[in-house]
Ligand binder design. Structure first.
Ligand code: UTP
Ligand code: MN
Length: 500
């Protein structure tokens, strides 16, 4: 799924061996493969250093590939070097030393590859000055998640978990500002290919305010945040967290129940003044299953089911997996699909027919269908995070273990052979497909920042339906996600790099 670690730009850049470069001498150090970064170094110096190293028995690679063990560059260009390396490799360059020229010159002097020392390293965002004193920040991290690449690997989980607890509590208290501030901060830390170890390293990161930094300091010093610990043992936080874990129970309902003195599910179910709606009733009925994460293998099995149901209606049906699983997540709280057809207008009736098919198969446990309220005349949408107007349904399906590779992700000792899973289907007309796909792929934070970037930086309005240029007063058409990024003047970010 990930791009090959072979750098496409390096490939383009490599040229045939230059005239005058002697053929490779006897190789003395098989395990070391050096790559010299040409930029700033210049072609002729690079060529000279290559000759020098090969004459001493080093292997110097012309192309940056995963065979390379030592990347050598002029230290002065650390920021752009890391940016470039990160573009070439979606994850951290594996087992690769990123070194400044001093390692190379030391090695030449010694006539062998010298051991890598801290002073040789080119740090990712912090470059130690020649005196080794104050760190100088070098790489700029954008304040917009849509200008960062965020894989599922989170190197700063100790901080982001703490931020998530605080953000959630602000959400319970309807304090949108601080909630967003903590979510933004978490998102910035998630994008870093390195773990923060000292507060000094955060100096030039965007979106980290006083409060977030205070929490980080606690975590760095004590391994935990006092404020977070207090919340985790707070009765109100615990209760709201419990109640909102039920499908159909939002922060408002949870708070209402809390204020009535209810503290547990049995309290809520026994209370005469509590009237559960259909969604909440189902939520309690399937609580164990729905509150359990859905695995990738389960998502794949569901895809086969949805494919089958859609193709039974029309052979031209298009089914696309979106949401967290499209971003490469191993687990999700639900599985999201776009289901549509190239025959414009036909998508209107597609979902009800698919739902009918699922019901006939006996696997439909719950269905909340919302017909399309989409009307081109109502575009562009001025509201920031308005829900989209496409036809959609929120389902709970019965998933049999038979079709799931490696079996169901159920609790040990569960012998039912099936489980309930949440599935969302959305059905945009094909001419709005790219916008719907981009919008439903998420993450929420990525989407938020795409919209914020579009409006703040480009004077454009973006939502799940369309992109509108306010200056030109026109809609910008797109058939692929790449078209949308291009309209916004953004580098394309792959789905698995959108885990902001
Ligand atoms: P989810 O809530 O399913 O999140 O919404 P997720 O990223 O897949 O994470 P898990 O693993 O299920 O917890 C997926 C995307 O769909 C958008 C959300 O904004 C999110 O980016 N979405 C969801 C909509 O645009 N409209 C909706 O009505 C629902
Ligand atoms: Mn999802």
């Amino acid at each position: 799924m990930f791009r090959s670690p072979v750098a496409p730009r390096a490939r383009k850049r490599s040229r045939p061996a230059e005239a005058g470069v002697p053929r490779r001498q006897e190789v003395k150090f098989e395990d070391v493969r050096v790559y010299l970064v040409e930029r700033k170094m210049g072609r002729s110096r690079r060529s000279f250093l290559t000759q020098l190293a090969t004459s001493k028995g080093f292997i110097v690679e012309d192309v940056l590939s995963d065979k390379v063990t030592h990347v050598v560059s002029e230290a002065s260009q650390a920021a752009s070097l890391w940016k470039w390396l990160k573009e070439c490799t979606p994850t951290n360059p594996p087992d690769m030393h990123v070194l400044d020229i001093s390692w190379f010159t030391d090695s030449m002097k010694e006539g062998r590859p010298v051991a890598v020392e801290t002073r040789h390293l080119i740090q990712d965002t912090v470059l130690t000055s020649p005196e080794g004193s104050t760190p100088t920040p070098v790489a700029a991290v954008s304040q917009y998640a849509c200008q960062r690449r965020t894989s599922i690997e989170n190197n700063n989980k100790i901080f982001t978990d703490a931020f998530e607890v605080l953000a959630e509590n602000y959400e319970f208290n309807e304090l949108e500002g601080p909630c967003l501030a903590f979510r933004r901060a978490a998102s910035v830390l998630k994008s870093l290919p390195w773990a923060v170890r000292r507060m000094g390293e955060t100096q030039d990161l965007p979106c980290l305010g006083e409060h977030t930094k205070a929490v980080m300091e606690d975590v760095l010093e004590c391994g935990r945040s006092f404020e977070v610990e207090k919340l985790l043992s707070d009765e109100r936080y615990q209760t709201l967290k419990l109640f909102t874990s039920v499908f159909g129970v939002g922060p408002k309902t949870a708070d209402k129940w809390y204020r009535r003195g209810l503290r547990s599910f049995s309290d809520a179910l026994a209370d005469r003044s509590v009237h559960l709606n259909r969604m909440q009733e189902t939520g309690f009925l399937h609580y164990g299953d729905i509150s359990r994460a859905v695995s990738k293998a389960e998502a794949r099995s569901l895809r086969t089911i949805i494919d089958g149901a859609a193709c039974a209606i029309t052979p031209s049906a298009v089914v696309a997996l979106t949401g967290g699983f499209r971003r490469g997540k191993e687990f999700g709280h639900d599985v999201d699909f776009i289901v549509t057809t190239p025959e414009l207008g036909m998508e209107e009736t597609l979902l009800p027919k698919i739902i009918d098919g699922l019901k006939k198969k006996g696997i439909l446990l719950y269905c909340d269908y919302q017909a399309s309220t989409f009307d081109v005349a109502n575009l562009p949408n001025q509201r920031f995070e308005a829900m989209d107007h496409f036809a959609k349904c929120f389902l709970i399906l019965r998933l049999e273990g038979r079709g799931v590779e490696g079996g169901l992700h159920t609790a040990e000792g569960d012998v039912r052979g099936w489980r309930a899973v949440r599935v969302d289907l959305v059905s945009p007309p094909m001419d709005h497909y790219a916008f719907a796909l981009l919008g439903w792929t998420g993450s929420r934070q990525f989407e938020r920042d795409l919209r914020r970037f579009a409006r703040g930086k480009r004077g454009m309005l973006l939502d799940n339906h369309a992109l509108y240029d306010k200056t030109k007063k026109e809609f910008l058409a797109a058939t692929t996600e790449k078209d949308i990024f291009a309209h916004l003047g953004l580098e394309y970010i792959e789905p698995w790099q959108r885990n902001a």
